[in-house]
Design a protein around this ligand. Structure first.
Ligand SMILES: NC(=O)c1ccc[n+]([C@@H]2O[C@H](COP(=O)([O-])OP(=O)(O)OC[C@H]3O[C@@H](n4cnc5c(N)ncnc54)[C@H](O)[C@@H]3O)[C@@H](O)[C@H]2O)c1
Length: 475
């Protein structure tokens, strides 16, 4: 895509949001060659890094989680920690001390991340800041020649996604979103089913992040996160699309032979959130009485260039158990999983599968029995889960997926292998924040998903069955 095409896309997308013509944005998304042709960061690998030195920016719940796992990651040292809050830095330091890790250098203050990124004591910046800081921290890291691993949602507008892509390409560094859900057991099992043809040809999938997140915006709770509150107040659409979506993209070869073409999105009214805010925000909190833009339930539909469809859902404001939906429908059958959690029981499962033995035998009208499912689940268990699944479950972090994620990127960096997802995956999935908000605000009009790979998706290889060689990774 030329620079002109890229700017046209952004201008037209904005126009579409303000008024009526989305047709222009549809036209403007024609893939082309251009300043950077194709996807130079596709399959990118850097030289092996024997000991990966990590700087953690944002030592809140996610940052401290990563720090708490570091002694179980061979060849990884946290050499720097950064936060705006001294107490968080102290927590990070004592967690490392408890694990008998060397003391990290501390960077304190709202702009201290810049000095961390500029320092020569880190190879990788692990970005676990609030949403509005993701892009500034990631760009500072890359512009200082550091690889960056950045939490979801990694960027919020099409323009920011292009900035991430262009900076990674210019600086030749990794920019990977920390999408832990791609390492879930059922997500990886489903991926393997599809790779081995068990479900036949896939044409439809459904994913969701449905979580009662109201405690995070309730100032009576210690986990109160003003930044989430402010985002929900100021934005509609789906601000958190990646947990439900990215595993499906890998399974459905998005950016690897196919790509997301367009999306339509619709917001429900905001009834539960409004009621909660009016009852639960304390008097004296300046946010008391404000209204939220985010709908209680956002539902989006995506169509890929090859004609597959994805239903994606998001809610954080209704009373319900946590559920990550993963449904994949193929010509031979279906797998569907509601992944839900409650405190102390984060891996309670509800997985079901139905298969035809041959086309039209109607066997898939019944769900498979428990015994048959247990057998097929064991047979097609993803190699990575076979290698470190049990250990990961013991270490924990969303049932072990956080550990598997950290194990994989650190292993790849130490071995000089490409990471599992690239800056293009980050851009194509994160940009849906802006696109869902524009579509939902515009009677669900279709929004084009930009071609961040400038056509290179057509020939990009499919993802394989990744693993870790325990000769090089001690668990
Ligand atoms: N992948 C997952 O499963 C998952 C789960 C929860 C949260 N997240 C994501 O992780 C990110 C962090 O979430 P959290 O729950 O840890 O939030 P948090 O509020 O607990 O932590 C954020 C930390 O960043 C610090 N911070 C704020 N501004 C800063 C700045 N300018 N420089 C340095 N530090 C700064 C805060 O003081 C805080 O300690 C969010 O993007 C969130 O969406 C991902």
């Amino acid at each position: 895509m030329t620079m002109q095409n890229r700017r046209d896309f952004i201008r037209n997308a904005m126009f579409a949001g303000a008024a009526c013509s989305v047709a222009n944005s549809l036209k403007a998304n024609a893939p082309a060659g251009g300043c950077a042709t194709g996807a130079p960061m596709l399959g990118f690998a850097c030289k092996p890094i024997e000991n990966v030195r990590v700087g953690v920016v944002g030592c809140g719940s996610r940052g401290l989680g990563m720090i708490g796992r570091v002694s179980k990651l061979p060849g990884v040292t946290v050499t720097a920690v950064c936060d705006i809050n001294d107490a968080k830095i102290k927590k990070a330091q004592s967690s490392l001390a408890r694990q008998k890790q060397p003391a990290p250098k501390a960077f304190m203050g709202p702009e201290a991340y810049k000095a961390l990124c500029d320092s020569d004591i880190v190879d990788v910046v692990y970005n676990t800041t609030p949403w509005h800081m993701h892009v500034p921290v990631a760009l500072a890291a890359m512009n200082n020649g550091k690889h960056v691993l950045t939490e979801v949602t990694s960027a919020f507008t099409v323009e920011q996604c292009w900035q991430m892509v262009e900076t990674a390409e210019k600086r030749k560094v990794h920019c990977m979103q920390l999408e832990n859900c791609i390492y879930g057991e059922v997500e990886m099992l489903t991926f393997n089913f599809v790779r081995q043809g068990v479900l036949g040809e896939v044409m439809h999938a459904e994913g969701a992040y449905n979580h009662d997140g109201r405690s995070m915006v309730n100032d009576l709770y210690p986990a109160y996160q003003y930044w989430r509150y402010d985002w929900y107040r100021d934005h509609a659409g789906n601000p958190y699309p990646t947990h439900g979506l990215v595993p499906l993209c890998l399974t459905m070869d998005v950016n690897r032979g196919d790509r997301m073409d367009y999306i339509v999105s619709i917001d429900s009214k905001n009834a539960a959130f409004a009621e909660f805010i009016s009852h639960r925000i304390r008097k004296g909190n300046p946010r008391k009485g404000q209204t939220m833009k985010v709908g209680d339930v956002n539902t989006s539909l995506i169509r890929t260039v090859s004609g597959k469809t994805i239903m994606l859902q998001h809610t954080v404001s209704v009373p319900r158990p946590y559920t990550r939906l993963q449904t994949v429908q193929g010509t031979r059958g279906i797998i569907t999983a509601s992944l839900w959690s409650k405190p102390g029981d984060r891996r309670k499962e509800d997985w079901r599968m139905a298969l035809e033995a041959k086309c039209g035998d109607h066997k898939a009208e019944q769900w498979m029995g428990e015994e048959a499912f247990a057998k097929i689940r064991e047979k097609y268990k993803h190699p990575l889960w076979k290698t470190i699944g049990d250990f990961a479950t013991k270490v924990g972090g969303h049932g072990g997926i956080d550990y598997i994620q950290d194990a994989r990127w650190s292993y790849c960096l130490r071995m000089g292998l490409p990471l599992d997802t690239s800056v293009y995956d980050l851009a194509t999935t994160s940009c849906l924040c802006e696109l869902t908000e524009k579509s939902a605000g515009n009677r669900s009009r279709p929004m084009d998903v930009p071609d961040f790979m400038r056509g290179a998706w057509k020939t990009a290889p499919k993802m394989g069955l990744v693993d870790i060689d325990l000769k090089h990774f001690k668990v």
